[in-house]
Design a protein around this ligand. Structure first.
Ligand code: NAP
Length: 363
């Protein structure tokens, strides 16, 4: 039997951290041996630390319930044989998260992050495994520039990015260059972490602002679609994006309403659906355990996708798309949905780690 790589979860008690714990039970390649959170949780057993806020639909798993939670910044208590960490911490300042992730990498522990802190760092890849897997090629340059021998940092983009960018990337890859996008997101409550948005602000309501989210939606695709030049990413800003991000009273599953204008060559409607249904990329070719078999599921039903019915498609890892139709102002419009704490957070992070292992970066 092949020995599993031992991993830790930073922020293991939070919304995303709990999803990591759930998804990593019986993972064929990775085994959770370390759970870390804030100083308030440090020293408690994992079961004790999450007892009042466990949100998963399974009991607290046996493999972690008796682990002692470590303070994320207590580096002296790190298990000796830790292969890497998943990072999903929330801290008052982004620079604090940056400093923590840098320190893990410096002491030789690769960091597979969900946080936004390093998304704009010039030599840190921001990965959607089906879109820009080749961006991991920057890791040796990142390590060299910082004098890190084994450690490195990769991040994943904002929790709704894959829902619109994967279908758009599939069309660009098929030769249909996109010019403009208008994206309106309807984002779930779990995207705000635990305990999230107060119920009196959310029930019977839509909150038309999520701080910082529109900027992330408009800019992160440029890095993801960019190129590595001289050990840094150069953004591809050829798609102009305008977005409005709203918070809605849905527990899980971010919806994106997308209007798309192509540059010159406009595909037919049937052609678009064919491209989406046939889309596969490296994670599918490599057969990575967390990879959805079909990264984009197109539904013909007129009233889909819907969060409650479609967010768990293919382990919560597929992007479900529907309602493709002509747009009288742009060329087309459609609705896309993906599970924010699975595909948009922990599941996406695990897929990135599987990609890194398959490419020899995690041992
Ligand atoms: P959350 O539910 O608020 O969890 C935050 C985690 O960070 C908890 O484990 C918490 O530990 C820990 N923490 C808080 N303050 C800390 C400190 N000073 N030092 C060390 N650890 C500290 O948040 P979340 O939704 O899981 O989000 C975690 C990260 O993932 C954020 O950066 C978020 O932007 C990102 N993200 C979230 C989503 C999503 O859908 N929720 C999607 C993509 C990315 P205690 O329990 O001990 O307080």
């Amino acid at each position: 039997m092949v020995e599993k790589i031992k991993c830790g979860v930073l922020g293991a008690t939070g919304m995303v951290g709990q999803q990591y714990i759930k998804l990593l039970v019986n993972h064929p390649w990775f085994e959770v041996v370390d759970v870390a959170a804030s100083p308030q949780s440090a020293g408690k057993t994992y079961a004790e630390a999450v007892k009042d806020k466990w949100q998963m639909d399974i009991p607290i798993p046996d493999n972690v319930k008796d682990l002692t939670v470590r303070d994320v910044q207590d580096y002296a208590k790190l298990p000796k044989d830790l292969g890497f960490v998943f990072s999903a911490v929330e801290m008052p300042k982004k620079d604090d998260i940056k400093a923590v992730e840098d320190e893990y990498a410096r002491i030789g522990i690769p960091v597979v992050s969900n946080n936004s802190a390093h998304r704009w760092t010039k030599d840190v890849p921001c990965l959607i495994a089906e879109v820009n897997a080749h961006h991991v090629d920057i890791i040796p340059a990142q390590q060299k520039a910082r004098g890190w021998s084994k450690g490195f940092i990769v991040v994943k983009p904002n929790c709704s990015a894959q829902s619109f960018l994967t279908p758009i990337f599939a069309l660009e890859r098929a030769g249909y260059k996109v010019d403009k996008l208008i994206i309106t997101t309807l984002q779930a409550t779990s995207g705000a972490g635990y305990p999230g948005v107060p119920s009196l602000d959310l029930v019977d309501n839509i909150v038309p602002l999520i701080g910082g989210e529109e900027e992330k939606t408009e800019k992160e695709p440029h890095k993801i679609l960019g190129k590595i030049v001289g050990g840094e990413f150069v953004n591809d800003e050829s798609i102009k994006i305008s977005s409005t991000c709203t918070r809605v009273a849905v527990v899980d599953g971010h919806t994106a309403v997308v209007n798309v204008k192509f540059k010159d060559n406009v595909p037919g409607q049937e052609e678009i659906v064919k491209i989406w249904r046939g889309f596969k990329a490296l994670p599918q070719e490599l057969g990575l355990p967390m990879a959805p078999k079909r990264p984009i599921i197109y539904l013909d039903q007129e009233n889909r996708p819907q969060p409650r019915k479609d967010r768990n498609n293919d382990k919560g890892m597929a992007v479900t798309v529907g309602r493709l139709r002509k747009d009288p102002v742009f060329d087309y419009k459609f609705v896309a949905l993906s599970h924010n704490t699975i595909r948009g957070a922990a599941g996406g992070g695990i897929l990135n780690a599987e990609l890194l292992k398959a490419k020899g970066f995690l041992k």
